[in-house]
Design a protein around this ligand. Structure first.
Ligand SMILES: NC(=O)C1=CN([C@@H]2O[C@H](COP(=O)(O)OP(=O)(O)OC[C@H]3O[C@@H](n4cnc5c(N)ncnc54)[C@H](O)[C@@H]3O)[C@@H](O)[C@H]2O)C=CC1
Ligand SMILES: O=C([O-])CC(=O)C(=O)O
Length: 324
């Protein structure tokens, strides 16, 4: 018998839709369910694939010990009333390609996915993962007209995690004691801010020489490509899925984690009408606040150079979409 006096607050089970059930999407779905954060709907264009993955994840529930509902679909109607939508749909790069080479194919996919998903879940918070990240997030925002607190891109968390891992390996310390902040675009022009990287509160500038820092910064900038070259068949997905999950968690648990995300800027850092990686606090409403860190002239110039490249690519992407 159905209860007649259901308390919607108690009975609301958060729901996350992941669009694109490929490497990043399916790994993210697994993390969200196994961390017991939300029910998950996996959507893909390939009939049977998201349904099969959802069934596979569901059959592991008794072992991973959670009771989250997991479903797979090709129909956006099944994603209705999601609290968070994550777009991972699109092609990954192959060796020798830059993320920008994915723009033409992925622009159409992301625009369509964003429109259809938000039509079903107008109150959702949208996180874009598809590359080239900063450009795709801008296009998704244009396609949906979401307020800026409810749309963002995932990249800075991943780039910061890589920088964090490389610093820990270099110094032979626990990664848990390392804090990093990578700003700017998700590409060769990203801005790992060495001054704000610390080990147990000690700036890394006190712990290693400038040459070592430059080497780790360069490896961070090349982090995605390093994995693409090694794998030969696609790009990274464990760390990207973990990074996206951290953002989803901060939103669903209203944690206000201070994380670098691609956010829409309206004058912060002297930048306007652009999505680019900056520190933001993420809570149940999405982006609670864009934090303006004090940057040196060199760091700010690097952020502006990064933004100029994103802006150029946004204009190219808009032209591509218009000419189709
Ligand atoms: N922002 C970041 O830091 C990162 C971004 N990425 C990007 O994420 C994207 C996905 O990467 P992977 O999962 O490794 O690729 P993948 O090829 O494993 O999965 C992509 C999935 O998207 C699906 N898809 C294609 N068109 C679709 C549509 N119109 N609607 C729904 N689904 C559609 C495909 O069928 C496929 O299952 C790539 O663009 C990649 O570059 C990957 C890692 C990190
Ligand atoms: O490198 C790629 O194409 C995928 C990605 O964005 C990353 O791993 O950082």
């Amino acid at each position: 018998m159905m209860p007649t006096d259901v308390n919607p607050l108690v009975c609301h089970s958060p729901r996350v839709t992941v669009i694109g059930a490929g490497k990043v999407g399916s790994t993210l779905a697994q993390r969200i369910a196994e961390k017991n954060l939300a029910d998950v709907v996996l959507l893909d264009v390939v009939q049977g694939m998201p349904q099969g993955l959802a069934l596979d994840l569901l059959e592991a529930k008794g072992i991973s010990l959670h009771d989250r509902r997991i479903s797979g679909t090709t129909d956006y109607a099944d994603t209705a009333n999601s609290d968070v939508v994550v777009i991972t749909a699109g092609i990954p790069r192959k060796p020798g390609m830059s993320r920008d080479d994915l723009m033409k194919t992925n622009a159409k996919i992301v625009v369509e996915a964003a429109k259809k998903a938000i039509a079903q879940s107008p109150q959702a918070i949208l996180i874009v993962v598809t590359n080239p990240l900063d450009v795709m997030t801008y296009l998704a925002w244009q396609a949906t007209d979401l307020p800026r607190d409810r749309i963002m891109g995932m990249a800075g968390v991943l780039d910061s995690a890589r920088f964090q891992a490389f610093i820990a390996m270099e110094l032979g310390v626990s990664v848990m004691d390392v804090q990093t902040m990578v700003l700017g675009s998700h590409g060769d022009l990203m801005v790992p801010v060495a001054r704000y990287a610390t080990v147990a509160g000690v700036p890394i500038t006190e712990l290693m020489d400038a040459q070592a820092i430059d080497r780790l910064v360069a490896r961070t900038r090349n982090g995605g490509a390093e994995i693409v070259e090694l794998m030969q068949t696609g790009s990274a997905y464990f760390a990207p899925a973990a990074s996206t999950c951290l953002m989803v968690e901060s939103i669903l648990l209203n944690q206000s984690r201070l994380l670098p995300v691609a956010a829409y800027l309206q004058g912060e850092y002297g930048l306007e009408d652009i999505f680019i990686g900056v520190p933001c606090s993420l809570s149940c409403g999405g982006i609670g606040k864009v934090w303006e860190l004090k940057l040196t002239d060199t760091e700010l110039a690097a952020l502006h150079t990064s933004a100029a490249a994103v802006r150029q690519n946004v204009n190219r992407a808009k032209e591509m979409l218009e000419s189709n």
